[in-house]
Design a protein around this ligand. Structure first.
Ligand SMILES: Nc1ncnc2c1ncn2[C@@H]1O[C@H](COP(=O)(O)OP(=O)(O)O)[C@@H](O)[C@H]1O
Ligand SMILES: [Mg+2]
Length: 269
């Protein structure tokens, strides 16, 4: 990935590797969100490190999507602070989140199935020639490059999304993030509608993002889908964080038990 020294995008920040300075790419502190009488997030602290894959897990309705919608500018928190690369930010719109380098692939967000792969990668951010014409050649070349760097080989950027498998579609959505030089990719239930084999493909794409130095938040209510790739697991239970553990600190069975029982390890919940 090309560093852009004007915007600072992908310029390696050596200071971030030092232990004395900010070690988190993202730090959300005491986040509260209400929907009418529903207290969806109850003072959640959540961090993502550099080149870290975080599995955000918990039962349906736990607040996972709400938390990442706060991070990606869809919802404004009622309370709490967000730091990105050590600086306090007010993420007031999805466009601003993208500008910071946060790319979110939503559970409910479909690609446009009848449009081509390259149109889907560039949707809304097409490179233009003079007179406002879209630069299709550039779009096609850059799409294929992003897909290849994910290890996804597709025969043509002109193929409609509709002919791709579920795993390949996730790959296209992830390639979009890669192309626009995201620092953080958020995937909300990326494996929910996929077969076991397709889910495996998605895990390969996620590992590639990490190798590119990109951090990932992988949301799922199925721990088995994220356990093989995540560096850390955060469990949400009815709007509260009930566990935040590094891989190796808890077995998949212990984590599953935590999610199912809805209890914190101390048992007071
Ligand atoms: N836009 C919304 N309006 C009202 N309630 C919502 C909205 N989004 C989420 N909620 C509620 O907030 C809680 C958390 O939902 P959500 O974040 O979608 O959970 P998860 O993604 O973990 O399944 C649920 O009780 C849900 O019904
Ligand atoms: Mg959700």
């Amino acid at each position: 990935m090309e560093p852009n020294y004007e915007t600072g995008e992908n310029v390696k920040d050596i200071s971030s590797k030092s232990s004395t300075v900010e070690k988190s790419l993202v730090k959300m502190v005491n986040i509260h969100k209400w929907f009418g009488k529903v207290h969806a997030l109850k003072g959640v602290d959540f961090q993502v490190g550099y080149s870290e894959i975080v599995g955000l897990v918990g039962d349906n309705g736990a607040g996972k999507s709400t938390l990442i919608k706060v991070l990606s500018g869809v919802h404004i928190p009622d309370e709490g602070e967000i730091y990105f690369e050590g600086k306090k930010v007010n993420i007031t719109s999805p466009a601003y989140a993208r500008k910071l380098g946060i790319e979110t692939v939503y559970q409910e967000q479909a690609l446009a199935p009848h449009m081509s792969i390259s149109r889907n990668i560039f949707m809304g951010r097409e490179p233009s020639l003079s007179f406002g014409f879209i630069n299709r050649k550039k779009m096609n070349e850059e799409s294929m490059r992003s897909l290849e760097s994910l290890g996804l080989r597709l025969s043509s950027p002109d193929l409609p999304i509709a002919v791709l498998s579920g795993g390949q579609r996730q790959g296209v959505a992830i390639a979009r993030a890669l192309h626009f030089k995201a620092k953080l990719v958020v995937l909300d239930e990326p494996t929910i509608a996929l077969s076991v084999k397709e889910s495996q493909e998605v895990l390969v794409f996620i590992k590639r993002l990490k190798e590119e130095g990109i951090s990932v938040i992988f949301i799922t209510h199925n721990l088995h889908h994220v356990f093989p790739v995540a560096d850390r697991f955060v469990v949400l239970t009815r709007g509260e964080k009930t566990a935040d553990v590094k891989k190796g600190e808890m077995s998949i069975d212990e984590l599953t038990e935590l999610i199912v029982s809805g209890r914190s390890p101390g048992g007071e919940n």
